[in-house]
Design a protein around this ligand. Sequence first.
Ligand SMILES: [Zn+2]
Length: 107
Amino acid sequence: MSWYTSANVTFERKIVVGLEEIRAISFECHQCKSRLTVSPDDIRDIPAACPHCNFPWRLPEDPQAVSAGSPPKNFAFGIKELKIRFGADVIGFKILLEFDEPGRHAL
Ligand SMILES: [Zn+2]
C-alpha cells in the first residue's frame, strides 16, 4: 500500500477565480481521505465526524475570531487561520475548493 500525500503538490500556473466560480467545496477526511463534496449554494453545516469512517472532525471555536457579522473578513482571515493553526492534523479534515477548468471562456 502506498500513501498518497498532496503536501508537495504546487501549482505551476497561477489561476485567478472569483467566488462565484467555486463549483464545490470538499471536506477531505484526515483519517480515511474520503471526501464530502457540497455545492457552496447548498452548504448548511460541516459534519462533526467523517460520514465514511466516523473520524471526529473538530470545529474549533476561535476566541480571536473576528466578528461573526463580517463574512468577507471571516473568509479572508479564515484562510490564514486554517493554514497556520487549523491544519488537517488539528481539525481532522481538510477543506478543498473545486473550480471549473479555467481559460475555456476567457480570452
Ligand atoms: Zn474518514
